[in-house]
Design a protein around this ligand. Structure first.
Ligand code: NAI
Length: 384
């Protein structure tokens, strides 16, 4: 099957590489010739590195490189069986593209979007044949991150879901089916990792370095929340939070933080701007945490309880199965354990107790323990 990828930026170029590595002929389309040239140069550097590391042979590198055709002409996509769009995150621009695309491709070509925040149903609404729309959400960098969220819209046919699930599996990726709800699994369930860390900082309980230390030291997370936000970019991370908050009709669980907003407004984006929560200027030392166990455990328990509560809500609302929710967080954002498995290990009554304590202290809806958690504690059941 020939594959089309539209948008040759960060995500599109990575997805094109994945498809080419799996033996497909790929058409990579962009309106910008400059973006295409950059994608081509980057791919050839990546392939050379893979040859140097003996991950692939030089013959394979040549084969993969020559499997991608770069073009600014959408009409080149006519022979494709699957087209994945990874253009700018804007509904009207994506609509315009999908409408044009439908006039180019065959009737049975699957049209997929890599969108992070738009609903797949809304994307499909522009199509004459909307049962071919589906979300295929890769994580950055696409060739390395194993997780792919597969998001059928209400319009998507069973056949399309089956064929995409099969392709994603053939590409060696871990596909999880998610409901078409804001943030899908990962970008929804991960919100408290950032939001609760920011709240703890805002209340003056601890500084950035101490919160980061608590999560890496006691939780085994690869990066603390502030290091991770600086890595992702505070502009990007803030707009995901804002979009999830708005999409959930302003549920206080997802309320964005003024601290992050101010950092974004100041241009303190993180690593890419040289300064975020930390100063990345050469020679400047990173601040040391206050390694007080009691505070560290309090921070870790609070953030983890909020993460678990969110994962349980995703389970209650059937955004994904128990296994899908745990796989998504371990394979999509490298969490040390699936949150539902973690909840079982801690003991659901203990998690409920921690949340009830937060809820009674603050009296805010943000901390309300999930109904499924209450029910499971009452019935003395576990996720696994
Ligand atoms: P990007 O800005 O790196 O690349 C977008 C590319 O699309 C640019 O090269 C641009 O010239 C091209 N483009 C814009 N309008 C176009 C059109 N009408 N036709 C053809 N090409 C067009 O963006 P990025 O980060 O790769 O994001 C792309 C999509 O993937 C977005 O929907 C985003 O939400 C999603 N996404 C991004 C992730 C990330 O970490 N960057 C992760 C997962 C999903």
């Amino acid at each position: 099957m020939k594959i089309g990828v539209i948008g040759s930026g960060t995500m599109g170029s990575g997805i094109a590489q994945v498809a080419a590595q799996n033996g497909h002929l790929v058409y990579l389309i962009d309106t910008s010739q400059q973006a295409l040239s950059k994608a081509k140069t980057n791919l050839s550097q990546t392939l050379n590195r893979l040859v140097d590391k003996e991950k692939i042979t030089s013959e394979q590198a040549i084969q993969i490189g020559s499997s991608i055709q770069y073009s600014t002409d959408l009409n080149d996509l006519s022979p494709c069986g699957l087209v994945i769009e990874a253009i700018v995150e804007n509904l009207s621009i994506k609509h315009e593209l999908l409408k044009k695309l439908e006039t180019v491709v065959s009737i049975d070509c699957v049209l997929a979007s890599n969108t992070s925040s738009l609903s797949i149903a809304s994307l499909g609404s522009i199509l004459n044949n909307s049962n071919r729309i589906i979300g295929i959400h890769f994580f950055n960098p696409a060739p390395i991150m194993p997780l792919v969220e597969i998001i059928p819209a209400v319009q998507t046919s069973e056949l399309v879901i089956e064929s995409i699930t099969e392709i994603i599996q053939k590409w060696g990726k871990t596909g999880v089916i998610c409901k078409d709800t804001p943030g899908f699994i990962v970008n929804r369930v991960a919100r408290p990792f950032y939001g609760e860390a920011l709240r703890i900082y805002e209340e003056g309980i601890a500084d950035f370095a101490t919160i980061d230390w608590a999560m890496t030291h006691f939780g085994g997370f690869k990066m603390g929340p502030f290091t991770l936000m600086d890595y992702i970019g505070n502009d990007v991370n803030y707009s995901v939070t804002e979009s999830v908050f708005e999409s959930f009709y302003f549920d206080p669980r997802f309320k964005p933080s003024f601290t992050q907003k101010r950092h974004k407004e100041a241009g303190y984006f993180g690593r890419k701007s040289g300064r975020g929560y930390y100063d990345y200027t050469e020679g400047v030392e990173l601040p040391m945490p206050n390694e007080n166990e009691e505070i560290g455990i309090l921070i870790f328990n609070r953030i983890l309880a909020m993460l678990i509560n969110e994962a349980i809500d995703a389970a209650l609302m059937q955004v994904g199965t128990t296994e899908a929710i745990d796989l998504a967080m371990t394979k999509g954002v490298n969490y040390p354990k699936g949150l539902l498995k973690w909840a079982d290990e801690i003991g659901l009554p203990k998690v409920l107790e921690q949340l009830e304590e937060l809820f009674s202290t603050y009296g805010e809806d943000r901390y309300r323990p999930n109904a499924l958690l209450r029910k499971m504690v009452k019935e003395q059941t576990n996720f696994y």
